[in-house]
Design a binder for this molecule. Structure first.
Ligand SMILES: Nc1ncnc2c1ncn2[C@@H]1O[C@H](COP(=O)(O)OP(=O)(O)OP(=O)(O)O)[C@@H](O)[C@H]1O
Ligand SMILES: [Mg+2]
Length: 464
Protein backbone atom coordinates (compact mmCIF):
# COMPACT_ATOMS: atom_id res chain seq x y z
CA UNK A 1 0.00 0.00 0.00
CA UNK A 2 1.24 3.49 -0.81
CA UNK A 3 2.28 5.61 2.19
CA UNK A 4 -0.38 8.21 2.87
CA UNK A 5 0.47 11.92 3.07
CA UNK A 6 -1.18 13.62 6.00
CA UNK A 7 -1.39 17.31 6.80
CA UNK A 8 -2.09 18.35 10.38
CA UNK A 9 -3.54 21.85 10.77
CA UNK A 10 -3.76 23.13 14.33
CA UNK A 11 -2.62 26.41 15.86
CA UNK A 12 -2.07 24.73 19.23
CA UNK A 13 1.54 23.55 19.12
CA UNK A 14 1.01 20.82 21.69
CA UNK A 15 -1.71 19.05 19.71
CA UNK A 16 -0.02 19.69 16.38
CA UNK A 17 3.22 18.06 17.48
CA UNK A 18 1.61 15.23 19.39
CA UNK A 19 -0.61 14.15 16.46
CA UNK A 20 2.25 14.54 13.96
CA UNK A 21 4.68 12.50 15.98
CA UNK A 22 2.20 9.75 16.63
CA UNK A 23 1.23 9.47 12.97
CA UNK A 24 4.87 9.61 11.80
CA UNK A 25 5.51 6.65 14.08
CA UNK A 26 2.61 4.86 12.38
CA UNK A 27 4.58 5.23 9.15
CA UNK A 28 2.58 7.98 7.50
CA UNK A 29 4.22 10.96 5.77
CA UNK A 30 3.23 13.91 7.94
CA UNK A 31 3.39 17.68 7.43
CA UNK A 32 2.28 20.34 9.87
CA UNK A 33 0.69 23.77 9.45
CA UNK A 34 0.00 26.35 12.11
CA UNK A 35 -2.31 28.53 10.02
CA UNK A 36 -4.83 28.01 7.20
CA UNK A 37 -2.71 30.03 4.76
CA UNK A 38 0.27 27.79 5.40
CA UNK A 39 -1.98 24.73 5.06
CA UNK A 40 -3.24 25.90 1.68
CA UNK A 41 0.30 26.64 0.56
CA UNK A 42 1.35 23.07 1.41
CA UNK A 43 -1.75 21.72 -0.31
CA UNK A 44 -0.85 23.54 -3.52
CA UNK A 45 2.72 22.28 -3.51
CA UNK A 46 2.38 18.66 -2.43
CA UNK A 47 -0.17 15.89 -2.85
CA UNK A 48 -2.05 15.42 0.41
CA UNK A 49 -4.33 12.42 0.93
CA UNK A 50 -5.76 13.28 4.33
CA UNK A 51 -5.96 16.54 6.28
CA UNK A 52 -6.63 16.74 10.00
CA UNK A 53 -8.07 20.18 10.65
CA UNK A 54 -8.85 21.94 13.90
CA UNK A 55 -12.19 23.71 13.96
CA UNK A 56 -10.91 26.84 15.68
CA UNK A 57 -8.08 28.47 13.77
CA UNK A 58 -6.71 31.96 13.21
CA UNK A 59 -7.48 33.73 9.86
CA UNK A 60 -10.55 31.58 9.13
CA UNK A 61 -12.49 28.88 10.89
CA UNK A 62 -11.85 25.19 10.21
CA UNK A 63 -15.02 24.75 8.16
CA UNK A 64 -14.05 27.54 5.77
CA UNK A 65 -10.65 25.90 5.40
CA UNK A 66 -12.33 22.51 4.86
CA UNK A 67 -14.40 24.01 2.03
CA UNK A 68 -11.34 25.59 0.41
CA UNK A 69 -9.41 22.35 0.64
CA UNK A 70 -12.18 20.27 -0.93
CA UNK A 71 -12.74 22.85 -3.64
CA UNK A 72 -9.06 22.51 -4.51
CA UNK A 73 -9.02 18.72 -4.27
CA UNK A 74 -12.42 16.99 -3.96
CA UNK A 75 -10.65 13.63 -3.60
CA UNK A 76 -8.99 14.60 -0.34
CA UNK A 77 -10.28 13.21 2.96
CA UNK A 78 -10.63 15.71 5.80
CA UNK A 79 -10.92 14.78 9.47
CA UNK A 80 -12.03 17.58 11.81
CA UNK A 81 -10.92 17.99 15.41
CA UNK A 82 -12.30 20.45 17.90
CA UNK A 83 -11.88 21.54 21.46
CA UNK A 84 -15.52 22.43 21.74
CA UNK A 85 -17.40 19.39 20.59
CA UNK A 86 -20.48 21.47 19.77
CA UNK A 87 -22.87 19.35 17.77
CA UNK A 88 -23.82 22.15 15.42
CA UNK A 89 -20.26 22.48 14.11
CA UNK A 90 -19.91 18.72 13.88
CA UNK A 91 -23.00 18.47 11.70
CA UNK A 92 -21.93 21.44 9.60
CA UNK A 93 -18.47 19.97 9.02
CA UNK A 94 -19.87 16.58 8.04
CA UNK A 95 -22.32 18.24 5.66
CA UNK A 96 -19.48 20.12 4.02
CA UNK A 97 -17.71 16.83 3.34
CA UNK A 98 -15.59 16.01 6.40
CA UNK A 99 -15.27 12.26 6.76
CA UNK A 100 -14.85 12.13 10.54
CA UNK A 101 -14.89 14.33 13.64
CA UNK A 102 -13.07 14.04 16.98
CA UNK A 103 -13.52 16.17 20.08
CA UNK A 104 -10.48 17.08 22.15
CA UNK A 105 -9.15 15.40 24.15
CA UNK A 106 -9.23 12.35 21.93
CA UNK A 107 -7.45 9.07 21.88
CA UNK A 108 -4.77 9.19 19.18
CA UNK A 109 -5.51 5.59 18.35
CA UNK A 110 -9.02 6.57 17.29
CA UNK A 111 -7.56 8.99 14.77
CA UNK A 112 -5.24 6.26 13.56
CA UNK A 113 -8.20 3.90 13.03
CA UNK A 114 -10.09 6.59 11.19
CA UNK A 115 -7.10 7.12 8.91
CA UNK A 116 -6.76 3.41 8.28
CA UNK A 117 -10.43 3.19 7.31
CA UNK A 118 -9.97 6.14 4.97
CA UNK A 119 -6.88 4.51 3.53
CA UNK A 120 -8.88 1.41 2.63
CA UNK A 121 -11.51 3.57 0.99
CA UNK A 122 -8.95 5.61 -0.96
CA UNK A 123 -7.17 2.44 -2.10
CA UNK A 124 -10.46 1.07 -3.34
CA UNK A 125 -11.24 4.29 -5.18
CA UNK A 126 -7.81 4.19 -6.78
CA UNK A 127 -8.30 0.59 -7.83
CA UNK A 128 -11.58 1.48 -9.47
CA UNK A 129 -10.02 4.41 -11.34
CA UNK A 130 -7.09 2.26 -12.40
CA UNK A 131 -9.34 -0.51 -13.63
CA UNK A 132 -11.32 2.01 -15.66
CA UNK A 133 -8.19 3.57 -17.06
CA UNK A 134 -6.63 0.21 -17.97
CA UNK A 135 -9.85 -0.98 -19.51
CA UNK A 136 -10.12 2.14 -21.62
CA UNK A 137 -6.47 1.95 -22.67
CA UNK A 138 -6.97 -1.66 -23.69
CA UNK A 139 -10.00 -0.77 -25.73
CA UNK A 140 -8.38 2.14 -27.46
CA UNK A 141 -4.99 0.51 -27.95
CA UNK A 142 -3.99 0.85 -31.56
CA UNK A 143 -2.57 -2.65 -31.72
CA UNK A 144 -5.76 -4.46 -30.72
CA UNK A 145 -6.66 -5.21 -34.30
CA UNK A 146 -6.90 -1.46 -34.91
CA UNK A 147 -10.28 -1.67 -33.28
CA UNK A 148 -11.30 1.82 -34.12
CA UNK A 149 -10.34 2.10 -37.71
CA UNK A 150 -13.15 3.69 -39.64
CA UNK A 151 -13.52 2.43 -43.13
CA UNK A 152 -15.44 4.23 -45.80
CA UNK A 153 -15.05 5.71 -49.23
CA UNK A 154 -18.49 7.15 -49.64
CA UNK A 155 -19.03 10.88 -49.68
CA UNK A 156 -21.15 10.68 -46.54
CA UNK A 157 -18.43 8.80 -44.66
CA UNK A 158 -15.84 11.39 -45.70
CA UNK A 159 -18.17 14.11 -44.56
CA UNK A 160 -18.62 12.35 -41.22
CA UNK A 161 -14.86 12.11 -40.75
CA UNK A 162 -14.58 15.80 -41.47
CA UNK A 163 -17.28 16.60 -38.88
CA UNK A 164 -15.57 14.34 -36.35
CA UNK A 165 -12.28 16.17 -36.73
CA UNK A 166 -14.00 19.52 -36.49
CA UNK A 167 -15.89 18.73 -33.32
CA UNK A 168 -12.91 16.92 -31.76
CA UNK A 169 -11.03 20.21 -31.87
CA UNK A 170 -13.67 22.09 -29.93
CA UNK A 171 -13.16 20.25 -26.72
CA UNK A 172 -16.42 21.02 -24.95
CA UNK A 173 -19.01 20.75 -27.69
CA UNK A 174 -21.60 18.09 -26.96
CA UNK A 175 -22.57 15.86 -29.86
CA UNK A 176 -25.64 13.91 -30.93
CA UNK A 177 -25.08 10.91 -33.19
CA UNK A 178 -28.07 9.54 -35.04
CA UNK A 179 -28.18 6.36 -37.03
CA UNK A 180 -29.78 2.94 -37.38
CA UNK A 181 -28.47 0.06 -35.32
CA UNK A 182 -25.04 -1.11 -36.43
CA UNK A 183 -24.17 1.97 -38.50
CA UNK A 184 -21.17 2.82 -36.33
CA UNK A 185 -22.45 5.35 -33.79
CA UNK A 186 -20.18 4.10 -31.05
CA UNK A 187 -17.24 3.96 -33.41
CA UNK A 188 -17.81 7.60 -34.32
CA UNK A 189 -18.13 8.58 -30.64
CA UNK A 190 -14.86 6.84 -29.74
CA UNK A 191 -13.26 8.35 -32.81
CA UNK A 192 -14.17 11.88 -31.66
CA UNK A 193 -12.74 11.11 -28.21
CA UNK A 194 -9.52 9.71 -29.65
CA UNK A 195 -9.06 12.68 -31.94
CA UNK A 196 -9.59 15.18 -29.11
CA UNK A 197 -7.42 16.54 -26.33
CA UNK A 198 -9.37 14.32 -23.97
CA UNK A 199 -7.91 11.16 -25.51
CA UNK A 200 -5.61 10.41 -22.56
CA UNK A 201 -8.61 10.52 -20.23
CA UNK A 202 -11.51 8.19 -19.89
CA UNK A 203 -14.14 7.39 -22.53
CA UNK A 204 -17.01 6.31 -20.33
CA UNK A 205 -19.74 4.43 -22.07
CA UNK A 206 -23.20 4.32 -20.52
CA UNK A 207 -26.02 2.39 -22.12
CA UNK A 208 -29.21 4.14 -21.04
CA UNK A 209 -31.32 1.12 -22.01
CA UNK A 210 -29.70 -1.03 -19.35
CA UNK A 211 -30.42 1.16 -16.30
CA UNK A 212 -33.50 0.59 -14.14
CA UNK A 213 -35.44 3.85 -13.89
CA UNK A 214 -35.10 4.20 -10.11
CA UNK A 215 -31.30 3.98 -10.32
CA UNK A 216 -30.66 6.67 -12.91
CA UNK A 217 -30.10 9.51 -10.51
CA UNK A 218 -27.73 7.80 -8.11
CA UNK A 219 -25.83 6.13 -10.95
CA UNK A 220 -25.29 9.41 -12.77
CA UNK A 221 -24.82 11.73 -9.82
CA UNK A 222 -23.46 9.35 -7.19
CA UNK A 223 -24.51 9.72 -3.61
CA UNK A 224 -23.22 10.93 -0.28
CA UNK A 225 -22.69 8.53 2.56
CA UNK A 226 -26.05 7.76 4.21
CA UNK A 227 -27.96 9.65 1.49
CA UNK A 228 -30.57 6.90 1.66
CA UNK A 229 -31.04 3.47 3.25
CA UNK A 230 -28.32 1.21 1.99
CA UNK A 231 -25.98 4.05 0.95
CA UNK A 232 -23.40 3.08 3.54
CA UNK A 233 -20.51 4.70 1.74
CA UNK A 234 -19.96 7.61 -0.59
CA UNK A 235 -20.26 6.70 -4.24
CA UNK A 236 -19.12 8.67 -7.24
CA UNK A 237 -21.54 8.86 -10.12
CA UNK A 238 -20.78 8.55 -13.81
CA UNK A 239 -20.52 12.28 -14.39
CA UNK A 240 -17.69 12.37 -11.87
CA UNK A 241 -16.04 9.20 -13.11
CA UNK A 242 -16.03 10.61 -16.63
CA UNK A 243 -14.54 13.90 -15.45
CA UNK A 244 -11.99 15.32 -17.92
CA UNK A 245 -12.99 12.66 -20.42
CA UNK A 246 -15.95 11.87 -22.65
CA UNK A 247 -19.27 10.52 -21.41
CA UNK A 248 -20.99 8.50 -24.11
CA UNK A 249 -24.72 8.24 -23.51
CA UNK A 250 -25.73 5.39 -25.74
CA UNK A 251 -29.43 5.16 -26.57
CA UNK A 252 -30.34 8.50 -25.05
CA UNK A 253 -33.90 7.92 -26.28
CA UNK A 254 -34.30 5.41 -23.45
CA UNK A 255 -33.51 7.94 -20.74
CA UNK A 256 -36.58 8.67 -18.57
CA UNK A 257 -37.98 12.18 -19.07
CA UNK A 258 -37.31 13.21 -15.44
CA UNK A 259 -33.66 12.28 -15.87
CA UNK A 260 -33.52 14.17 -19.15
CA UNK A 261 -34.34 17.38 -17.26
CA UNK A 262 -31.49 16.72 -14.85
CA UNK A 263 -29.10 15.98 -17.70
CA UNK A 264 -30.03 19.25 -19.36
CA UNK A 265 -29.14 21.13 -16.18
CA UNK A 266 -25.75 19.43 -16.05
CA UNK A 267 -25.13 20.31 -19.69
CA UNK A 268 -25.90 23.93 -18.94
CA UNK A 269 -24.25 24.40 -15.58
CA UNK A 270 -21.37 21.94 -15.85
CA UNK A 271 -21.62 21.03 -12.22
CA UNK A 272 -23.24 18.24 -10.30
CA UNK A 273 -24.27 17.45 -6.78
CA UNK A 274 -24.19 13.94 -5.35
CA UNK A 275 -27.57 12.72 -4.07
CA UNK A 276 -27.81 13.71 -0.40
CA UNK A 277 -24.95 16.20 -0.59
CA UNK A 278 -25.06 19.98 -0.58
CA UNK A 279 -21.73 20.43 -2.31
CA UNK A 280 -21.50 21.32 -6.00
CA UNK A 281 -18.73 19.62 -7.89
CA UNK A 282 -17.52 21.23 -11.10
CA UNK A 283 -17.20 18.78 -13.96
CA UNK A 284 -15.40 19.07 -17.23
CA UNK A 285 -16.79 16.53 -19.66
CA UNK A 286 -17.89 16.24 -23.24
CA UNK A 287 -21.18 14.44 -23.66
CA UNK A 288 -21.76 12.43 -26.79
CA UNK A 289 -25.27 11.06 -27.02
CA UNK A 290 -26.47 8.56 -29.57
CA UNK A 291 -29.78 7.17 -30.67
CA UNK A 292 -31.39 5.03 -33.32
CA UNK A 293 -34.80 6.43 -32.45
CA UNK A 294 -36.63 9.29 -34.08
CA UNK A 295 -36.32 11.87 -31.31
CA UNK A 296 -38.56 14.37 -33.03
CA UNK A 297 -41.35 11.82 -33.07
CA UNK A 298 -40.63 11.06 -29.41
CA UNK A 299 -40.90 14.79 -28.64
CA UNK A 300 -44.37 14.95 -30.15
CA UNK A 301 -45.35 11.99 -27.95
CA UNK A 302 -43.88 13.71 -24.88
CA UNK A 303 -41.30 11.00 -24.50
CA UNK A 304 -38.32 13.24 -25.13
CA UNK A 305 -37.71 16.77 -23.92
CA UNK A 306 -37.62 19.35 -26.67
CA UNK A 307 -35.13 21.59 -24.82
CA UNK A 308 -32.68 18.71 -24.36
CA UNK A 309 -33.05 17.78 -28.00
CA UNK A 310 -32.27 21.31 -29.16
CA UNK A 311 -29.34 21.52 -26.82
CA UNK A 312 -27.84 18.23 -28.05
CA UNK A 313 -28.79 18.75 -31.65
CA UNK A 314 -26.61 21.85 -31.98
CA UNK A 315 -23.91 19.59 -33.31
CA UNK A 316 -25.21 16.38 -34.73
CA UNK A 317 -23.81 13.66 -36.93
CA UNK A 318 -26.20 11.58 -38.95
CA UNK A 319 -24.82 8.23 -40.10
CA UNK A 320 -26.79 6.97 -43.09
CA UNK A 321 -27.62 3.26 -43.28
CA UNK A 322 -25.18 1.15 -45.26
CA UNK A 323 -27.69 0.60 -48.09
CA UNK A 324 -27.50 4.35 -48.74
CA UNK A 325 -23.73 4.41 -49.04
CA UNK A 326 -23.01 1.56 -51.38
CA UNK A 327 -19.48 2.79 -52.00
CA UNK A 328 -18.55 1.65 -48.51
CA UNK A 329 -19.57 -1.98 -48.99
CA UNK A 330 -16.54 -3.24 -50.92
CA UNK A 331 -13.94 -1.43 -48.78
CA UNK A 332 -15.64 -2.76 -45.63
CA UNK A 333 -15.78 -6.30 -46.99
CA UNK A 334 -12.11 -6.19 -47.86
CA UNK A 335 -11.12 -4.63 -44.57
CA UNK A 336 -12.93 -7.19 -42.47
CA UNK A 337 -11.81 -10.04 -44.72
CA UNK A 338 -8.18 -9.02 -44.05
CA UNK A 339 -8.82 -8.53 -40.33
CA UNK A 340 -10.57 -11.86 -39.75
CA UNK A 341 -8.21 -13.86 -41.98
CA UNK A 342 -5.30 -12.48 -39.99
CA UNK A 343 -7.03 -13.11 -36.70
CA UNK A 344 -7.98 -16.68 -37.59
CA UNK A 345 -4.67 -17.32 -39.35
CA UNK A 346 -6.40 -18.28 -42.57
CA UNK A 347 -5.23 -17.55 -46.11
CA UNK A 348 -6.77 -14.42 -47.59
CA UNK A 349 -9.33 -15.45 -50.19
CA UNK A 350 -11.46 -13.06 -52.24
CA UNK A 351 -15.21 -12.94 -52.61
CA UNK A 352 -16.41 -14.25 -55.92
CA UNK A 353 -17.70 -11.62 -58.35
CA UNK A 354 -21.15 -13.09 -57.92
CA UNK A 355 -20.93 -12.75 -54.13
CA UNK A 356 -19.72 -9.15 -54.42
CA UNK A 357 -22.55 -8.36 -56.75
CA UNK A 358 -25.10 -9.94 -54.40
CA UNK A 359 -23.70 -8.06 -51.47
CA UNK A 360 -23.91 -4.75 -53.24
CA UNK A 361 -27.57 -5.33 -53.80
CA UNK A 362 -28.30 -6.52 -50.34
CA UNK A 363 -30.17 -4.23 -47.95
CA UNK A 364 -28.06 -4.83 -44.84
CA UNK A 365 -30.82 -4.19 -42.29
CA UNK A 366 -28.17 -4.71 -39.57
CA UNK A 367 -25.79 -2.31 -41.34
CA UNK A 368 -22.03 -2.58 -40.82
CA UNK A 369 -22.40 -4.91 -37.87
CA UNK A 370 -24.25 -7.38 -40.11
CA UNK A 371 -21.61 -7.06 -42.82
CA UNK A 372 -18.87 -7.65 -40.29
CA UNK A 373 -20.57 -10.74 -38.86
CA UNK A 374 -21.16 -12.03 -42.37
CA UNK A 375 -17.48 -11.76 -43.25
CA UNK A 376 -16.49 -13.35 -39.97
CA UNK A 377 -18.71 -16.36 -40.67
CA UNK A 378 -17.42 -16.60 -44.23
CA UNK A 379 -13.83 -16.67 -43.01
CA UNK A 380 -14.71 -19.27 -40.37
CA UNK A 381 -16.33 -21.47 -43.03
CA UNK A 382 -13.40 -21.19 -45.42
CA UNK A 383 -11.92 -24.60 -46.11
CA UNK A 384 -8.58 -25.47 -47.58
CA UNK A 385 -8.92 -25.71 -51.32
CA UNK A 386 -11.67 -23.06 -51.51
CA UNK A 387 -10.98 -20.40 -54.13
CA UNK A 388 -13.56 -17.96 -52.81
CA UNK A 389 -15.20 -17.08 -49.53
CA UNK A 390 -18.64 -18.62 -49.17
CA UNK A 391 -21.60 -16.39 -48.49
CA UNK A 392 -24.41 -18.70 -47.57
CA UNK A 393 -26.26 -16.27 -45.39
CA UNK A 394 -27.31 -13.44 -47.71
CA UNK A 395 -30.89 -14.56 -47.69
CA UNK A 396 -32.93 -13.92 -50.81
CA UNK A 397 -35.84 -12.49 -48.83
CA UNK A 398 -33.95 -9.38 -47.75
CA UNK A 399 -32.59 -8.44 -51.13
CA UNK A 400 -33.59 -5.34 -52.97
CA UNK A 401 -36.03 -5.23 -55.84
CA UNK A 402 -33.59 -6.36 -58.51
CA UNK A 403 -32.78 -9.45 -56.48
CA UNK A 404 -35.16 -11.30 -58.77
CA UNK A 405 -32.49 -11.29 -61.41
CA UNK A 406 -30.03 -12.91 -59.10
CA UNK A 407 -32.45 -15.54 -58.01
CA UNK A 408 -33.40 -16.45 -61.59
CA UNK A 409 -29.76 -16.37 -62.56
CA UNK A 410 -30.34 -13.67 -65.16
CA UNK A 411 -27.74 -10.90 -65.19
CA UNK A 412 -28.87 -7.49 -63.99
CA UNK A 413 -28.51 -5.25 -67.00
CA UNK A 414 -29.83 -2.02 -65.52
CA UNK A 415 -27.60 1.03 -66.08
CA UNK A 416 -27.81 1.98 -62.44
CA UNK A 417 -26.37 -1.35 -61.50
CA UNK A 418 -23.53 -1.01 -64.00
CA UNK A 419 -22.69 2.38 -62.55
CA UNK A 420 -22.56 0.97 -59.03
CA UNK A 421 -20.28 -1.80 -60.24
CA UNK A 422 -18.05 0.70 -62.01
CA UNK A 423 -17.81 2.91 -58.94
CA UNK A 424 -16.88 -0.05 -56.81
CA UNK A 425 -14.24 -1.18 -59.31
CA UNK A 426 -12.71 2.30 -59.16
CA UNK A 427 -12.71 2.23 -55.36
CA UNK A 428 -11.11 -1.16 -55.36
CA UNK A 429 -8.41 -0.12 -57.79
CA UNK A 430 -7.70 3.11 -55.93
CA UNK A 431 -7.47 1.21 -52.69
CA UNK A 432 -5.11 -1.38 -54.12
CA UNK A 433 -2.93 1.28 -55.66
CA UNK A 434 -3.01 3.37 -52.47
CA UNK A 435 -4.73 6.22 -54.32
CA UNK A 436 -2.16 6.34 -57.11
CA UNK A 437 -4.32 7.14 -60.14
CA UNK A 438 -1.77 6.02 -62.76
CA UNK A 439 -1.50 2.60 -61.13
CA UNK A 440 -5.27 2.40 -60.59
CA UNK A 441 -5.86 3.18 -64.27
CA UNK A 442 -3.45 0.36 -65.19
CA UNK A 443 -5.35 -2.07 -62.95
CA UNK A 444 -8.61 -1.03 -64.59
CA UNK A 445 -7.11 -1.35 -68.03
CA UNK A 446 -7.88 2.24 -68.88
CA UNK A 447 -6.07 5.58 -69.16
CA UNK A 448 -5.48 8.04 -66.34
CA UNK A 449 -7.52 10.69 -68.20
CA UNK A 450 -10.47 8.36 -68.59
CA UNK A 451 -10.25 7.34 -64.91
CA UNK A 452 -10.21 11.01 -63.91
CA UNK A 453 -13.29 11.63 -66.00
CA UNK A 454 -15.17 8.80 -64.28
CA UNK A 455 -14.07 9.96 -60.83
CA UNK A 456 -15.43 13.39 -61.64
CA UNK A 457 -18.62 12.02 -63.16
CA UNK A 458 -19.45 9.99 -60.05
CA UNK A 459 -18.27 12.71 -57.65
CA UNK A 460 -15.86 10.31 -55.96
CA UNK A 461 -13.45 11.67 -53.40
CA UNK A 462 -9.97 10.29 -52.89
CA UNK A 463 -7.09 11.63 -50.88
CA UNK A 464 -4.22 12.27 -53.22
N1 LIG B 1 -17.13 2.70 -40.90
C1 LIG B 1 -16.82 1.58 -40.25
N2 LIG B 1 -15.63 1.00 -40.44
C2 LIG B 1 -15.30 -0.14 -39.80
N3 LIG B 1 -16.09 -0.75 -38.91
C3 LIG B 1 -17.30 -0.23 -38.68
C4 LIG B 1 -17.73 0.98 -39.32
N4 LIG B 1 -18.95 1.29 -38.86
C5 LIG B 1 -19.29 0.33 -37.98
N5 LIG B 1 -18.31 -0.58 -37.86
C6 LIG B 1 -18.30 -1.78 -36.98
O1 LIG B 1 -19.63 -2.26 -36.93
C7 LIG B 1 -19.97 -2.67 -35.62
C8 LIG B 1 -21.15 -1.87 -35.14
O2 LIG B 1 -20.74 -0.52 -34.91
P1 LIG B 1 -21.23 0.32 -33.62
O3 LIG B 1 -21.30 -0.55 -32.44
O4 LIG B 1 -20.43 1.53 -33.56
O5 LIG B 1 -22.71 0.64 -34.14
P2 LIG B 1 -23.91 1.37 -33.41
O6 LIG B 1 -24.47 2.34 -34.36
O7 LIG B 1 -23.44 1.90 -32.09
O8 LIG B 1 -24.93 0.19 -33.21
P3 LIG B 1 -26.13 0.02 -32.11
O9 LIG B 1 -27.14 1.07 -32.42
O10 LIG B 1 -26.64 -1.34 -32.38
O11 LIG B 1 -25.50 0.19 -30.78
C9 LIG B 1 -18.73 -2.46 -34.77
O12 LIG B 1 -18.02 -3.68 -34.69
C10 LIG B 1 -17.92 -1.45 -35.55
O13 LIG B 1 -16.56 -1.59 -35.32
MG1 LIG C 1 -24.02 1.33 -30.15
Amino acid sequence: MKKLSILVVDDEKGYRDEISEYLSDCDFIVQKAETPSLALEILHSSAIDIAIVDLKLPEMDGITLLKKMLAFDPEMAVIMISGHGDMESVIKAMREGAIDFFAKPFDLMDIQYSIERTQKYLTLQNHISEIHATYEKLLSAKDVGQRYQMIGNSKSMKNILHLMKQVADSNNTDVLIIGESGTGKELVARGIHNLSDRKENIFFDVNCTAIPENLFESEFFGHAKNAFTGADSLRKGWFEIANHGTLFLDEIGDMPVAMQAKLLRVLEERKIRRVGSSKDIAIDIRIIASTNKNLEEMISNNLFRKDLFYRLNKFYINIPPLRERLDDIVPLLEYYNREFSLLMKKPLKPFSDKALKDLQEYDFPGNVRELKNMVEKAVIMLQSGDTYLRLEHVSGSSRKKNAGNILTGLPDLSLGHLETLEKNMIHKAMQQSKNNKTKAAELLDTTRTSLNRKIKKYGLLFDS
